[in-house]
Design a protein around this ligand. Sequence first.
Ligand code: SF4
Length: 335
Amino acid sequence: MEEVLKVENLHVSFATYGGEVHAVRGVHFKLYKGETLAIVGESGCGKSVTSQSIMGLIPKESGKVKQGAVTFKGKNLTKLSEKEMRSIRGREISMIFQDPMTALNPTLSIGDQLMEAIIQHQTVFKREAKQKVVNMLDLVGISNPRERLNQYPHQFSGGMRQRIVIAMALICQPEIIIADEPTTALDVTIQAQILELFQEIQQKIGISIILITHDLGIVAQAADRIAVMYAGKVVEIGTRKDIFYQPQHPYTKGLLNSVPRLDLEEEQLIPIPGSPPDLFSPPEGCPFAARCPYTMEICDRLYPFTNQLSLQHQVDCWLQDERAQQRKHASKHHH
Ligand code: SF4
């Protein structure tokens, strides 16, 4: 599998009045060509901050990438200047946000907006650009694209607007699309259509997608691999099958039991008791320890090593680690 992006040991903090928030604390994952990697977790787990770091969108006044690298085409994106980043953003890595209206300009026709997006990044003749726009609108499922070029965003439904936003993100043929909760604002039927559209586009043009979501239902349908984030860390990552059928981290298991899923007909939802730790002063050990039914003495003291369970499946939990037992004995010995 060809690797298109690599995130290594990423640490991101924000300065606030209350002190420094350690939002992302050593995140690592790879993104392969043509796959959809979902990053899943509750709000505040660091999933959106991770995507902002990839795009170079961490607000400079308060946020800082403290450590780590995001490697794309041999460059560490966290070290690029705003100018260098601008040539990558939109053209090579594109982002789709939750609310289509923030991405669209209400005062410009959709044809003009899409044309502008092309002209910003490429030198093309107007006729050629227009043809590209028409093709792209066609690709994202807007019927009669040529006639609809002169319409304004408010003349489209919510689902259609999200399709236009996707067209906008794709227009410069990026290699990676980051979609942050792209369907949250839409109703369930439209959500499913948009997710199908992602899959269709992926098959047609082989793009890599990072799907940021809190919704495991979406992930069951759309992701090839899933990274589960908790308290600023990727606590488990694996194929969709690994995560849904062989989850190993107690948090992943809790998440699967607590979120409604499209692929199960009958189910009992059991929320995870407690709440995530304070990221002003994150715990030294496993951040899930306070909520975990299996917690051991070592869990509070030391963050678990990453255990490789199979080629794709990794988990950060002492339950999967023989060394936890050894350390238990060792610490007994000391006392
Ligand atoms: Fe639970 Fe310990 Fe595993 Fe953390 S490391 S999830 S506390 S068993």
